[in-house]
Design a protein around this ligand. Structure first.
Ligand code: ATP
Length: 351
């Protein structure tokens, strides 16, 4: 068995984060799915290695849990380069970024997660760093302030964002390669699950893998998390084997329904249907109704609901589709002419 296929020891399993880290693919050829991104990235990396130069900066966009951090780690591993990890919200001042940039070694990969949440001054400093491998450190304030240029080692920036649309064009344009991470299909998630089950030493027949995969919302992180919950259930109640029934029973216990909707997704649909008659309703009103931040509803729940054809984003607000009414076991209300359709509501506050 190769080093990267080591079975996770039972001791490590106590720590969910350690398990998640242990399940990360370490090289590009272990990374499941995202065929187009993998092929494009492989070319970028191979050509950089041939030229013996750091590759272009890479931007990855996509929903949480699709493998952006994993891919950043893979990029560093494939280049044989060190990796520095940070996140946009941790970079409040330009000085925070300067401190990181000035200590990078040649060829190092700098991963900035949630890059859209970096502060404006830091973002502006990053433009010059990305383009010229140089930053200006401003010393002093007001008319006496002086900019001291500082060279930094050539590095590769890997940025990740769940909201590519929020990135200012000057930042977006400085990335030589932009990878759009797609949701995974069921057979790809089955592969992720089989690999994880092997690493965790769990017996996972195909029917069990299929049942978990189809409820994983197209997301490997969720697939791995559900696998761990189903494994707990199977160990306690059914001798450790994950049959289709065991998986289905365990997941309904954890409030994951047959299409993979979890508590938040169902709360969003429930509010949209019951409180707002199916919409249209604005995002912030909907978020208040479910007691969540608008960003959580928009980034965590909505992409999946839209993809499942249960919710539509319209210029006038969020609207439930006929499938949403059916999924929640409710009748589509009739309009004044007796046709199926959502009645207009008072909560029509487009954003
Ligand atoms: N393509 C893949 N093949 C196998 N496992 C994957 C793949 N993508 C992600 N995973 C697994 O899913 C988990 C989450 O991945 P990762 O942390 O890279 O997601 P992310 O997109 O960076 O999420 P976030 O933006 O929320 O940090 C990892 O533990 C990893 O094991």
């Amino acid at each position: 068995m190769s080093g990267r296929d080591e079975i996770v020891s039972p001791d490590a399993e106590g720590d969910e984060r350690a398990v998640e880290a242990a399940l990360r693919p370490k090289r590009l050829d272990e990374f499941v799915g995202q065929a187009r991104v993998r092929e494009q990235l492989s070319l970028v990396l191979q050509s950089a290695l041939r030229r013996n130069r750091p590759p272009d900066h890479v931007l990855m966009s996509g929903s949480p849990g699709l493998g952006k951090t994993t891919l950043a780690m893979i990029i560093a591993a494939e280049l044989g380069a060190p990796l520095r990890l940070t996140a946009g919200p941790a970079i409040e001042r330009a000085g925070d970024l300067a401190a990181i940039l000035s200590t990078l070694s040649e060829g190092e990969v700098l991963f900035i997660d949630e890059i859209h949440r970096m502060s404006r001054p830091a973002e502006e400093m990053l433009y010059m760093a990305m383009e010229d491998f140089r930053v200006d450190i401003v010393v002093g304030k007001g008319p006496g302030a002086t900019a001291i240029p500082l060279d930094i080692a050539p590095f590769t920036l890997v940025g990740a964002t769940t909201r590519a649309g929020l990135l200012p064009a000057p930042l977006r344009d400085r990335f030589g390669f932009v990878a759009h991470m797609e949701f995974y299909d069921v057979s790809e998630l089955e592969q992720v699950l089989r690999r994880s089950a092997r690493l965790l030493g769990v017996e996972l027949p195909d029917e069990g893998a299929h049942e978990i995969a189809r409820r994983s919302r197209g997301t490997p992180r969720i697939a791995n998390r559900l696998l761990r919950r189903v494994r707990d259930y199977a160990e306690v109640r059914s001798g450790g084997v994950i049959t289709r029934e065991t998986a289905a029973d365990a997941l309904s216990l954890y409030e994951v329904d047959g299409e993979g909707l979890d508590r938040l997704d169902r709360a969003v649909l429930d509010a949209l249907l019951r409180k707002f008659g199916g919409g249209p309703v604005g995002l912030s009103t909907l978020a208040i109704a479910v007691g969540e931040e608008p960003e959580t509803v928009e980034v965590v729940a909505e992409p999946f609901l839209v993809r499942q054809g249960l919710l539509a984003r319209t210029p006038r607000g969020r609207v439930a589709t006929a499938a949403a009414w059916a999924h929640m076991g409710m009748q589509v209300p009739l309009d004044a002419l007796g046709r199926p359709g959502s009645p207009p509501t008072l909560f029509d506050d487009p954003e």
